[in-house]
Each structure stands twice: as C-alpha cells, then as structure tokens.
Design a protein around this ligand. Structure first.
Ligand SMILES: [Zn+2]
Ligand SMILES: [Zn+2]
Ligand SMILES: [Zn+2]
Length: 173
C-alpha cells in the first residue's frame, strides 16, 4: 500500500520511503525520529536519509509533523482511506512517556495574520499526562500530595486545603 500511495503522489517508491511510510501508517500516532528509527527491522537507516525522507513525505502531503514541548518533531501518517491526514489538527503530548496523539477531529483555528505574511505551518499542542501516566501518578508532586493517604489520627492543623476534612472512616450510608 505505501507503494501505491507514493506513486499516487508522483514519488518514486524507494525502499526507505516505502518502509518509512509503512511504519508510520502502522504506528497510527506521531513518532519522533528516534522512535521511528528504532522500529526499522534489520538495518537502521542513517538519520540524515530518514530525515530527508520524512521531509519529502511531508511535502507531498503523506505525512504531517508536530513539534513536542520537549523539542522533538514527531511525524505521523494516517491511512489514506478517506481524506488522509493533512495535519491541520491539534495534538496532545504526554510529558512523561513521550507519546503523542493526533486530535484529528479538532482543527487548528484560523489565524489572522498581517497582510503579506506567509504561513508554513501551524501548531496546537496540548501537553500533560496521558491516561496511563495520569493513572500511574508516579511523578507530579501535586497529584502525589492529593492522593496521599490521610494521616492516621486527628487531622493536622496545618491543612491548607480550605475544605473541612472529614473523618476518613465514615460508615457508608
Ligand atoms: Zn496523525
Ligand atoms: Zn504517558
Ligand atoms: Zn496529527
């Protein structure tokens, strides 16, 4: 399928282009250069070739990219059934595991720019914790504090929550 996609855009389907596109389609979510190169079975492509390939695929609309808050670009391709993935949508980046997802049904708003300005790209990246990482609550001091078990015995006077603390062992109903 990658071959047909590449041909449909007038791109010669070299092995690296086919493999790159196939891996991105398979992943279904944006991958950094590093994560992507780790997915190649067999010989890993050199970074420069991979980078060029991604840029080529992007320029012909088969791949879109988004810059994470961690400074790494991530590349994504979706199945070409339907409209494909022009990339004009918001993304979410998990700061803990580094996973990014496409919020495909949430387009980036149009921006009004001064006359004569030329837009090369737009980004809207929300970042935080994905479901899995949020549930783990391994890091994030605020969350840890909030989920810390209540102290045994009478409540401490230094409680700054503002809300009256209820006895933790209330009989149900
Ligand atoms: Zn995507
Ligand atoms: Zn995560
Ligand atoms: Zn996307």
């Amino acid at each position: 399928m990658p071959t047909a996609l590449l041909r449909s855009k007038g791109v010669r389907p070299t092995l690296l282009r086919r493999e790159t596109l196939a891996l991105l389609l398979e992943a279904g979510s944006p991958l950094s250069l590093k994560a992507l190169s780790g997915r190649f079975t067999g010989k890993q492509p050199d970074r420069v070739s991979l980078y060029r390939t991604l840029n080529l695929l992007e320029s012909c609309g088969l791949v879109h990219k988004a810059l994470g808050a961690d400074g790494a670009w991530r590349y994504c391709a979706h199945s070409s059934e339907g409209e494909g993935c022009p990339g004009n949508h918001a993304h979410f980046l998990c700061l803990k595991c580094g996973e990014m997802i496409c919020l495909k049904d949430q387009p980036i708003p149009n921006l009004e720019l001064p006359e004569g300005f030329v837009v090369h790209g737009k980004q809207l990246v929300a970042y935080g914790l994905c479901l899995r990482c949020a549930a783990g609550r391994v890091s994030g001091c605020e969350e840890e504090d909030a989920s810390a078990p209540p102290q045994e015995g009478p409540g401490r006077a230094g409680d700054e929550q503002g809300s009256p603390r209820r006895p933790s062992r209330r009989g149900s109903r």
